[in-house]
Design a protein around this ligand. Structure first.
Ligand code: GDP
Ligand code: IMO
Ligand code: MG
Length: 429
């Protein structure tokens, strides 16, 4: 049994792509399980630098079967562009499979995402406007169109015409937007379908036996726990579950088969889009983190909000995911800091809170309580051996492990594949 889920522990962009790219060398299957092209997973390896939006970050290893799981929503145009880019840079994509159960992002989804954001005005959620929310809403409203439906034009046309009637009524009557044309979408999507058909398959017949054989399998999460629709900072969340539990539903692997659940955390914290973020630094320290770490969205290019590590949110994330391990990324960003702060509790109305509130109205008013630690002030970016890390870095990591009650199994000190320090082995070897 060797199913390992890699899950974002914060508000996304923790470096999941890099961790997958590193670990996939030993995997047989890598399965993306949630989100859509709102995700942007940066991978820097001998093939170059890539921003993966839908294709699993294990694609660079020809021996690894990569699956876009049933829990993902797919914009076929984005996927085809991503595949073209990979092909043009000599990456073999023949080992990619798309679950026939994955839902499709249709043109009205992206359009409605933008219109809904505009309607919200000042209360906008700051979505990626990729149509993610409307596509997942249609999935649960039983109005969705799945990848497998592209394989049968008659069924696809029937579904599309019935759904488009409703969407056009919303577009024209609520938003005073011109209707979308059935023929145009139908033709466009049939064309996408022809190109994607060789990849679309029923995937439980591939995944189930691989789990039964105990093959090493990585589940690639998107987003992060604090963007979960149930446990995140609702309504400033995404629309599918980025949690380890989402990894079960988004692949069809039962939770008992999970061997490990690795939470990826930055040594600090970032957030893109709106919503409360107690440790946000709106000063020169936040600016310094942003510039040093190039904290600009891999999908939208928006500047990411940066702040000190929030251990209250971190503990909550460990709890709702049941993390067995932590992958701590971006340690190098603190290399020339004089000191580092960790938020260990919040102050709310003169009370001390050490648990993460469910209500954003409370979280918005929480003031972080910090603990200060000395930093190391030497470069860590070339270190490969855990024992070679400076004493202060060891202390910082140990303190995070203590605050989160979870062991750190690897530390990364730069964006490249080999800028990785293994603390303990991850695959049972
Ligand atoms: P993901 O969405 O979780 O895969 O993360 P992103 O790719 O959106 O954002 C992580 C960013 O940090 C990317 O630009 C990575 O190249 C970069 N990165 C990952 N790990 C490290 C690290 O340890 N140090 C530094 N300096 N950059 C890193
Ligand atoms: P990766 O996988 C960071 C955020 C958006 C917005 C909220 C809702 O790269 O970590 P959506 O378009 O999903 O409806 O937007 O979620 N968001 C992400 N933030 N990393 C991501 O993915 C994100 N995917 C969505 O910025 O605040
Ligand atoms: Mg990202």
């Amino acid at each position: 049994m060797s199913v390992i889920a890699i899950v974002g522990g914060q508000w996304g962009d923790e470096g999941k792509g890099k961790i997958i790219d590193f670990l996939a060398e030993k995997a047989k299957l890598v399965i993306r399980f949630s989100g859509g092209d709102n995700a942007g997973h940066t991978v820097i390896n001998p093939y170059g630098e890539f921003r993966m939006h839908l294709v699993p970050s294990g694609i660079f290893y020809p021996q690894v079967t990569c699956i876009i799981g049933n829990g993902v929503v797919i914009n076929p145009a984005v996927l085809l562009t991503e595949l073209d880019e990979l092909r043009s840079r000599s990456v073999d994509i023949s080992h990619l499979i798309i679950s026939d159960r994955a839902h499709l992002i249709m043109p009205y989804h992206a359009l409605l995402d933008g219109l809904e954001e505009e309607r919200r005005g000042k209360g906008a959620l700051g979505t990626t406007r990729r149509g993610i929310g409307p596509a997942f809403a249609d999935k649960v409203a039983r109005l969705g169109i799945r990848a497998g439906n592209l394989l049968n034009k008659n069924i696809f046309l029937k579904q599309l015409s019935s759904t488009l009637e409703l969407k056009n009524a919303i577009l024209t009557k609520i938003y005073q937007h011109p209707p979308l044309l059935l023929e145009e979408i139908f033709e466009q999507y049939c064309h996408y379908g022809e190109q994607l058909a060789p990849f679309i398959k029923e995937t439980s017949s591939i995944i189930g036996p691989a789990v039964a054989r105990g093959e090493p399998i990585l589940l690639e999460g998107a987003q992060g726990a604090l963007l979960d629709p149930d446990f995140g900072t609702y309504p400033y969340v995404t629309s599918s579950s980025p949690l380890a539990g989402g990894g079960s539903i988004g692949t069809g692997i039962g939770p008992m088969a999970f061997d490990r659940v690795i939470g990826v955390f930055k040594a600090y914290i970032t957030r893109v889009g709106s919503g409360p973020m107690p440790t946000e630094l709106k000063d020169e320290v936040g600016e310094l983190i942003r510039e040093k770490a190039h904290e600009y969205g891999a999908t939208t290019g928006r500047p990411r909000r940066c702040g000190w590590f929030d251990a209250v949110a971190g503990r909550f994330s460990v709890q709702v995911n049941g993390f067995s391990d932590i992958a701590l990324t971006h340690l190098d960003i603190y290399d020339d800091f004089p000191l580092i702060k960790i938020c260990t509790a919040y102050k709310f109305d003169n009370k001390i809170l050490d648990s993460f509130p469910s209500d954003v109205a409370i979280l918005e008013r929480c003031q972080p309580i910090y603990e200060e630690l000395p930093a190391w002030q030497v470069s860590t970016s070339k270190i490969h051996d855990f024992n070679q890390l400076p004493l202060e870095a060891h202390r910082y990591i140990a303190r995070l492990e203590e605050l989160l009650s979870c062991p750190v199994s690897c530390v990364t000190v730069g964006p490249k594949r080999d800028q990785m320090i293994k603390v303990r082995s991850i695959f049972s070897e």
